[in-house]
Each structure stands twice: as C-alpha cells, then as structure tokens.
Design a protein around this ligand. Structure first.
Ligand code: SF4
Length: 371
C-alpha cells in the first residue's frame, strides 16, 4: 500500500511477497470458497470462518449456498430460515447481521456489495478484518486483513511479545501487494493455519524464515504472548423435554435479544440455590404447561456447551403428559412439534444434541456433548 512505512527495506518486501505467493500457489488447500472470487461467496465464507474452524464451516457453507445461492435469495429469506441454516455454527448474531446486511446492500447499493474496506465496514457485522478480506479477495484492493493467524505470523516475524494493532496493521499494509492482494492475504492466513501454528511453528518449511526475527532469536514459541483469558463461569440448567401421549414435544422460543436470540430450545431454567436439576426442569415444565399433569421426571441426558464467556450444562429430564393444556404464558412463544420437525428447527448446537439424544431414544444420564 502506497504511503505506508514498512519495517522491511523495499527489496525485502518484494522478496517476501514473492515467497508468500509462491507458497500459496504450491500449498493452498482447495477450499470451496476459493473456487470463485464471487463477492457474495467470499462474504459468506469470511463471516462463517470467524471463530469457527475450516472443517466445521465447509458443510455449512455448501448447504447455505444451496439454500441462499445469492444475495437476493438471502435478502428475501425469512429470519427463521436464515437462523435455521446457521443453527449449530454458534455466534448467531453473525447470521442476523448477514441477513440485515443483505437487505441493506439491496436497498442502498443496488444489490452489489460495496468494494472498499471503508464502505464494507459500514455494514452490520463487518469488522476491519472481514472488510479487508472481502475488499482484497473479491475486489482486488490492496487492503490488509489481519485475523488471529496473521497476527501470530506477524508478531513472530517482527518478534514482538504483545503487538499493538496499529503496528500489525502498518506491517500488513506495507506488505500487501497491489497485484494479487487477496491471494497474499489468504496466503498469510494459510501460513498461520498450517505452518506457523500456535504450538508447533514449522520454521524449516516456512517461506518467511529468512526474514523472521523470532526464529533468529529462538523466541517463536513465546510470540505472541498468550492473552490472559478471564475465568469462565459455569451454570447448571434444568431442561424439560415435555412429551404428549401422541408424541409431540414442547419447544420454546428464546427472547429476541441476548444470547442465542430468537432460536428454539427445550425450555430450561438455571438452578436456584439448593435446587436440583430435576426440580428446576419440573418448575419450567409446569410454568409452560400450566394445568397439565406432569408425569415423573425421567433423566434423559446432560449436555455441555461452552460459550465464549460462560459454560452451561443442561440436565435434561423428560416429562410425559396427557395433552398440552395450551395456555403457556404469552411472554414465551411455544410450539408442540412432531419429533421429526426437530431436525429442521432453528436450534443452537447444544439443543440439537439434546434433540438427537431424544430422537435416538437415549436415556443415558451421563451422556456428555460439547459443541
Ligand atoms: S519462521 Fe517460524 S516463527 Fe517465523 S513465521 Fe515462519 S513458522 Fe512462524
């Protein structure tokens, strides 16, 4: 990028670009979004890849494109359909923002994603990294794109313990070439994902080895210093799987705001002090079924889910009732569904695991699942 100060001499910058692009040409993984630089596809893949591993994203990406092949299809979709297609990927605000952004792009930009990183950043859910990635990969703009992998690579090349975002940005901006900027950015990400990995940097096969200060100083394992993570609290939840005699099951919709907003779940309640999971599950089942006579609580499964800031364990109990009393409190939208409908409902990953345990006929209370 013109006008950016580089920590490397110009000749080194040229050599670094050549080495990194040659690495990409020889070693890039054949990922489905790399087959075409279509802006919509690049956008979807970049949003899905935030905080999510490539192997997890691939099947979701392919299903998403079959369902919403272009921006118009996404903008036209109902919010529930968008959430259902995302269900299981986590961080659901990403799906809601994608949907809002698709509608905004149609209203304000004639259905075409804007080309500059600055204009892209004005869209919901579009941070500096994602905007840089789309601008460079889809539109060939020489914009840097610094994700966690690139941060680690650059911190090591520069041998900086706690790299300031501005320093990383300046370095990445100085390195990204006007020709093939998208490939260059993806090459740095690929390098971080496959060679300069957090625990085992393979310096002997790294195209940046010649210029890497951490390698020269033997500090690559300490760079960058790990960010200190805050301890994550754990919460126990009593979850009720209420089933009618005909086999329909009760699901409730989460509020429109907050964690997992708008998704469907088996209703649950956090344990009160001294309360058992069974009692909490019964409490919530009673609240939502009112006059129905709940049978005894049958332990079905325990499912764990780790969010970024909290961990929850759902202790699921099944209750069999004669028929729904049909007057759940209006504040909680509920549905009584045939079990088969659970497979396509917009549910978070942990709830899908509970549904799977139920559909499999699982009754093992020690069942554990991490999502
Ligand atoms: S030489 Fe080693 S530490 Fe430096 S960028 Fe390459 S893999 Fe990472």
């Amino acid at each position: 990028v013109a006008g950016v100060t580089s920590p490397f001499p110009a000749s080194a910058v040229r050599s670094i670009r050549r080495a990194v692009l040659a690495f990409y040409d020889a070693r890039r993984r054949p990922l489905p979004w790399r087959a075409s630089p279509d802006p919509y596809r690049v956008w979807i893949s970049e949003i899905m890849l935030q905080q999510t591993r490539v192997e997890t994203v691939v099947p979701y990406y392919e299903r998403w494109l079959a369902r919403f092949p272009d921006l118009d299809a996404l903008a036209d979709a109902e919010p529930d359909a968008v959430l259902a297609a995302w269900a299981g990927l986590g961080y659901y605000s990403r799906a809601r923002n994608l949907h809002r952004a698709a509608r905004l792009v149609r209203e304000r930009h004639g259905g075409r994603l804007p080309e500059t990183a600055a204009a892209l950043q004005a869209l919901p859910g579009m941070g500096e990294y994602t905007a840089g990635a789309i601008a460079s990969i889809a539109f060939g703009r020489a914009e840097p794109a610094i994700d966690g992998n690139v941060r680690r690579v650059l911190a090591r090349v520069l041998d900086i313990e706690a790299p300031a975002p501005a320093a990383l940005r300046a370095t990445a901006a100085a390195l990204v070439p006007a020709r093939r900027p998208g490939d260059f950015n993806q090459a740095l990400m690929e390098l971080g994902a496959t060679v300069c990995t957090p625990r085992r940097p393979a310096c002997h096969r790294c195209p940046l080895a010649r210029w890497c200060a951490a390698r020269a100083n033997g500090t690559q394992h300490e760079r960058p210093a790990p960010r200190r993570a805050a301890p994550v609290p754990t919460f126990a939840v009593g979850t009720a799987l209420v089933r009618t005699r005909e086999g329909r099951v009760l699901v409730a919709r989460r509020p429109e705001h907050g964690l997992l907003a708008g998704l469907w779940e088996f209703p649950g309640a956090e344990l009160r002090p001294g309360e058992t999971a069974r009692a909490a599950a019964r409490r919530v089942a009673r609240r939502l079924t009112r006059r129905a006579r709940l049978g005894r609580a049958i332990p079905l499964a325990s499912v764990e889910h780790a969010f970024s800031h909290r961990r929850e364990t759902y202790h699921v109990h099944r209750f069999d009732i004669d028929a729904p009393a049909g007057d759940a409190p209006p504040a909680t939208p509920v549905r009584w569904l045939e079990p088969a409908a659970l497979r396509t409902l917009a549910m978070p990953a942990a709830q899908r695991r509970i549904a799977a345990a139920f559909l499999d006929g699982g009754t093992d209370p020690s069942r554990r699942a991490r999502a």
